[in-house]
Design a protein around this ligand. Structure first.
Ligand SMILES: NC(=O)c1ccc[n+]([C@@H]2O[C@H](COP(=O)([O-])OP(=O)(O)OC[C@H]3O[C@@H](n4cnc5c(N)ncnc54)[C@H](O)[C@@H]3O)[C@@H](O)[C@H]2O)c1
Length: 350
């Protein structure tokens, strides 16, 4: 199958590209190369005859038309997005532009291409979204997000992703475009951009700098190893039912404070620093509108796609910490990019 992957130079998109090529799919990576992109994530496939790259913006209808015409993909996996909640609090406009308008522009281009080819039933438009569209769960364990949970996004990022989900669904219902959707929990693993929680913790600890924890650290997230997610996404694409959405998670709930302590313990073993790294933990002002708890019920993906996460949180964190220790050449230059190392998301921007 030939897959057009948008956002393939990002964290999850690059894992999808590597995984798809390893499975023998041809991949066209369409990416605008924003601050969050890193083509180095694709070094292992860059020379493969199965891989092609197109630098383009999903808001550029003309470029999209040309790319569909030139590459004639069998499917689209749409991951391109502005993805950092804190940045969405400071500057929401860009999130609406890319995540909402960009997705609508991409849908129109995909629709024009699909109709021009006689509406092939096997074509797929797979939209990759987040569990943040469902809002926050009660703190007590038990309740989890299912595909029937009502949407209640709380951050500008989550709202923009919710809007894009609705766009995708409506293109399916109104125009018959064969769409599938997936909503996943927090991802982590190699190539995670160093503004997100887990790399921030690892790199702050390594530098002997304060490890920031928002609020009281009691926020619960459900962590999914990125390579497990990439496999799930390919199953959604190839086996998912048209018009359906799939919740993807690893059933690995933990508070942010406990997560950070686990990472500190791993670093204590690998890079003893004289004092426990956990002594660097520093509580900072909470994020406005910060959701208290996310948890995914992945039952539909298990039943319909035969998918279950394979990597436990313990193993995934250990592999992630080792990867950052071994790949300073990857992350060091990224620390120079705009906004890194600075507290974002207190609502102080435009
Ligand atoms: N990271 C997570 O934990 C997580 C969880 C759930 C869902 N998601 C979703 O998965 C997708 C990928 O997330 P990620 O963490 O890999 O994001 P990322 O920020 O690492 O990568 C996003 C990529 O999209 C590209 N991009 C941004 N705007 C673009 C535009 N206008 N046109 C073309 N390309 C553009 C960037 O250059 C970058 O390569 C996103 O849609 C995100 O909402 C992420």
């Amino acid at each position: 199958m030939k897959i057009l992957v948008t956002g393939g130079a990002g964290f999850i998109g690059s894992a999808v590209v590597r995984h798809a090529v390893a499975q023998g799919h041809a991949v066209v990576n369409l990416d605008a190369l924003t601050y969050a992109a890193c083509l180095g994530n694709l070094a292992s496939v860059a020379d493969s005859p199965l891989y092609a790259f197109e630098r383009a913006d999903i808001r550029d209808a003309e470029a999209l038309r040309r790319i569909f015409r030139d590459h004639a993909p069998d499917a689209v996996m749409h991951l391109a997005a502005e993805s950092h909640v804190d940045r969405s609090i400071d500057a929401p406009g860009g999130f609406v532009d890319t995540n909402v308008t960009g997705t609508a522009t991409l849908l129109q281009a995909a629709r024009g291409y699909w109709e021009g080819r006689g509406r092939p039933a096997g074509f797929r438009f797979h939209h990759v979204s987040t569990d943040e569209v469902f809002g926050s769960l009660p703190e007590a364990p038990g309740q989890r997000f299912t595909e029937a949970t009502p949407y209640a996004p709380n951050s500008p990022y989550a709202a923009s992703k919710a809007a894009s989900d609705h766009m995708v669904r409506s293109w399916g219902r109104t125009y018959g475009l064969p769409v599938v959707l997936s909503n996943c929990s927090n991802n982590y693993g190699p190539f995670h951009f160093p503004e997100k929680l887990i790399p921030v913790v690892i790199l702050s600890a390594l530098a002997g700098q304060p490890i920031p924890i928002y609020g009281d650290g009691g926020h619960v997230r459900d962590w999914l190893f990125v390579e497990d997610h990439a496999e799930a996404l390919l199953r959604v694409l190839t086996r998912g039912k048209v018009g359906r959405s799939y919740n993807l998670g690893a059933e690995a709930e933990v508070t942010n404070l406990e997560l950070v302590r686990r990472i500190c313990r791993l670093l204590d073993l690998r890079r003893p620093a004289g004092a426990p790294h956990a002594e660097l933990i520093t509580f900072v002002a909470d994020r406005p509108g910060h959701d208290r708890r996310y948890a995914i019920d992945p039952g539909r993906a298990a039943t319909e796609l035969g998918w279950r996460a394979q990597v436990s949180l313990e193993e995934g964190l250990s592999r992630t910490v080792d990867w950052y220790l071994e790949n300073r050449d990857w992350w060091q230059p990224l620390l120079e990019r705009a906004g890194l190392g600075r507290r974002l998301g207190l609502g102080a921007g435009a």
